[in-house]
Design a protein around this ligand. Structure first.
Ligand code: SF4
Length: 463
């Protein structure tokens, strides 16, 4: 993606984005305008995307003032539970779960209520204030709505303060209302890209069908969550067009995903974004939708790279740990970003204590599995050890029942919930060590690592 410096001013109607270069913009003056109550126009958003790399810190500093006005120094932590993975009949080009995808992801049908509740609890114990219950597919049947409703009730019985967001595909009439009755708080359905780009990424449904579901969710009393996937070859104008659509829908929260170019999908090998441009996209969203929850989502490690901590001065929300089908960075690294940046987790009394507790528990566990520890408490009483009652079982890479279960050759395929993915496909992880533990992996990933832990496996998640 080319990132041009701003060019001379041209006239444009507010709310329209034309193909010309926008007027140069002063980020500080834009922040004053937004703080005074006037969000950035589309033209101003485009001008932010066209600022020079050398001006990036000025853009971030200005966007950070807007962020702090609405969210202070808090970070909302969200946690994904993939209830049903793969085998989708739709053909979204970026998606590892799409029709015809050759990506060797975990594939499984619905998690049981017990397993889903357990996974949600892991997230909560890692600091999450919201759990996102996601299922692949075109949309839920009424039976699926009941299933997710039962899971929601179970989660809230144990953790009444935890918000639940459902992400189940296209909604039919009255399904949002039924989810609301079950206690679901929010519904996610991303627009992903601009209407003018939609046919480039999907042929089995339309942009309008996506906006229709977001509207149904909102009309049914659910908080609408809808966002983007950037880096799919869209133009800067199309990024702004998509943000404009999101603000027309009045989405309460906006996850910004950065393309994860899965092998076996049409987007394999696509890598258009720079860290600086990824940051400018976040800033454009902040200036155009100043009071909306802005979440750094899938692919942030790959595209924001070492600018991730800086991005929290613009965004106010993140997904903790792993994504639906790929690994995220170590959850401890997420908590480090929050603590080291001087932020606090929304809903947590002491973020640093939570981070330190989880880290101590994890280190104790790693020492135990590496055979270097004698008699040290493993798992402890902290959040990481609590959910399962098994020492260290709440830790990423902890050696659960499935950790050594693989080894025999097998073919990837459908893996029933509650069985070991590694046992099924013969891809047992290295036992006795955590490949992504703190400080062990230099640099940042450039290709996705497929998730083979957490939901749908017997291995503990990265939370
Ligand atoms: S994004 Fe959703 S609807 Fe599209 S292929 Fe993936 S799981 Fe299916």
């Amino acid at each position: 993606m080319s990132v041009d410096n701003a060019s001379p001013a041209t006239s444009a109607e507010p709310g329209t984005v034309t193909s010309h270069s926008p007027a140069p913009i002063d980020p500080d003056a834009l922040a004053k305008q937004v703080l005074a109550g006037t969000p950035a126009t589309s033209e101003q958003g485009l001008a932010i995307l066209r600022t020079a790399d050398e001006d990036l810190l000025d853009v971030v500093a200005a966007a950070a003032r807007v962020r702090r006005k609405h969210f202070g120094m808090t970070v909302k932590v969200n946690y994904l539970v993939n209830l049903k993975s793969g085998l989708c009949p739709e053909d979204c080009g970026y998606c590892s779960q799409r029709l015809g995808s050759d990506t060797e992801i975990l594939k499984y049908s619905w998690l049981s209520t017990k397993d889903a509740t357990r996974q949600a609890t892991f997230g909560m114990e890692g600091g999450a204030g919201r759990v996102c219950l996601v299922a692949s597919g075109r949309g839920p049947s009424n039976r699926d709505i009941d299933r997710v409703g039962e899971i929601t009730k179970s989660i809230k019985d144990n953790n009444p303060q935890l918000e639940v967001c459902a992400c189940l595909g296209f909604l039919k009439d009255n399904q949002a209302e039924r989810l609301k009755e079950y206690g679901v708080d929010a519904y996610n359905h991303n627009l992903n890209t601009a209407e003018s780009n939609y046919e480039e990424i999907c042929s089995t449904h339309t942009f309008e069908q996506r906006t229709d579901t977001v509207k149904k969710a909102k009309a049914g009393g659910l908080s609408p969550c809808s966002g983007l996937i950037v880096g799919m070859g869209e133009s800067d104008e199309q990024v702004i067009e998509a943000i404009d659509s999101l603000r027309e829908l009045d989405s309460d929260s906006i996850p910004v995903n950065f393309l994860i170019p899965f092998e076996g999908t049409p987007m394999e090998g696509v890598h258009h974004l720079t860290p600086q441009h990824s940051m400018r996209i976040l800033a454009a969203v902040r200036f155009m939708c100043p009071d909306k929850e802005l979440r750094i989502a899938g692919g942030r490690e790959m595209h924001l790279r070492t600018l991730q901590p800086l991005s929290l001065h613009v965004a106010n929300s993140l997904f903790l740990g792993d994504y639906l089908t790929s690994e995220g960075q170590d959850a401890i690294a997420d908590l480090d970003m929050i603590v080291d940046g001087g932020f606090s987790i929304l809903g947590q009394e002491d973020t640093e204590a939570l981070r330190d507790q989880i880290l101590a528990s994890k280190n104790a566990h790693l020492a135990a599995v590496n055979g270097t520890q004698g008699g040290t408490e493993v798992g402890g009483t902290g959040p990481a050890g609590g959910a399962s009652g098994v020492a260290g079982a709440g830790l990423p890479c902890a050696g659960g029942a499935g950790a050594q279960a693989g080894g025999s050759a097998g073919q990837p395929g459908a893996i029933p919930a509650g069985t070991s993915a590694e046992a099924a496909n013969g891809t047992a992880p290295t036992s006795g060590g955590c490949p992504k533990s703190r400080g062990e992996v230099p640099g940042t990933p450039t290709v996705p690592v497929i998730r083979r832990r957490g939901a749908g496996t017997d291995l503990p998640p990265n939370a």
